[in-house]
Design a protein around this ligand. Structure first.
Ligand code: CA
Ligand code: CA
Length: 232
């Protein structure tokens, strides 16, 4: 997405600067162009020009070979990452029929995070809905791998009890949270002051209700093989 485009622009700019510098060097050996040196004789100038031309051609060849190698590495890395999660966009991880991405930064309020996931997934995305023990354990393990040291951080999931206190709903599917729950001991804890669902690192990523207006981390989920695959 935007980050990749930015990196490409920077790389392209660096390449143009390098090529301009190279062109400037080549200009120095063109007939009629003043050549750096002592200029004592035509013979010395011709030798200097010949040596300089050979050296410049070799340097240009090495430069382009290095550039080609780097470009091949970038393509290979992107393809490897795609292959690591078949059916998922770049940087997403897969579990069963869904692709997930965990965001610690930027931190967003619950509604902002829900909108972010929808746009980021080209309309297919949502804050993650955790509907099975398998899905919960998968996300717990990924979060523990990514953030081994708890820092008191919540990661938003896609449910809230804003409409009716105590009645939790997976918003994107408009389904009650009832088949599977994984509340931490003592949660949900704070009535109408905490209405949005999160995985909290302080309780081993079990469920916590938290104030929806707090900027927190979040987890996006999209279906596998989304027709609107994101191109990074
Ligand atoms: Ca509540
Ligand atoms: Ca709570």
């Amino acid at each position: 997405m935007g980050r990749s485009v930015y990196r490409n622009d920077v790389a392209e700019k660096d390449l143009k600067i390098t090529l301009l510098a190279l062109d400037d060097s080549l200009m120095g050996i063109l007939p009629g162009h003043k050549v750096k040196g002592n200029g004592n004789s035509i013979h010395e100038t011709q030798n200097y020009t010949t040596n300089y031309l050979g050296q410049t051609i070799i340097e240009a060849y090495v430069f382009y070979m290095q550039l080609l190698f780097i470009l091949c590495c970038i393509v290979w890395c992107q393809e490897s990452r795609r292959q690591s999660a078949p059916g998922c966009p770049i940087d997403f991880i897969r579990h069963d029929d869904s692709c997930y991405q965990i965001f610690a930064n930027p931190t967003l309020k619950w509604w902002e995070a829900m909108e972010f996931c929808q746009i980021y997934g080209n309309g297919e995305g949502t804050l993650a809905t955790v509907e099975s023990e398998s899905e919960q354990l998968f996300l717990e393990n990924e979060l523990k791998k990514k953030f081994p040291s708890p820092v008191g951080k919540d990661f938003w999931l896609g449910a809230n009890d804003i409409t009716h206190e105590g009645t939790w709903v997976w918003i994107r599917k408009n389904e009650y949270v009832q088949e599977y729950t994984h509340w931490a001991p003592g949660q949900p804890s704070s009535g109408t002051s905490e209405n949005c669902l999160a995985l909290y690192d302080g309780v081993q990523y079990k469920w916590n209700d938290a104030p929806c207006g707090l900027p927190e981390g979040f987890i996006c989920e999209i279906p596998v093989s989304s027709p609107n695959e994101i191109v990074g």
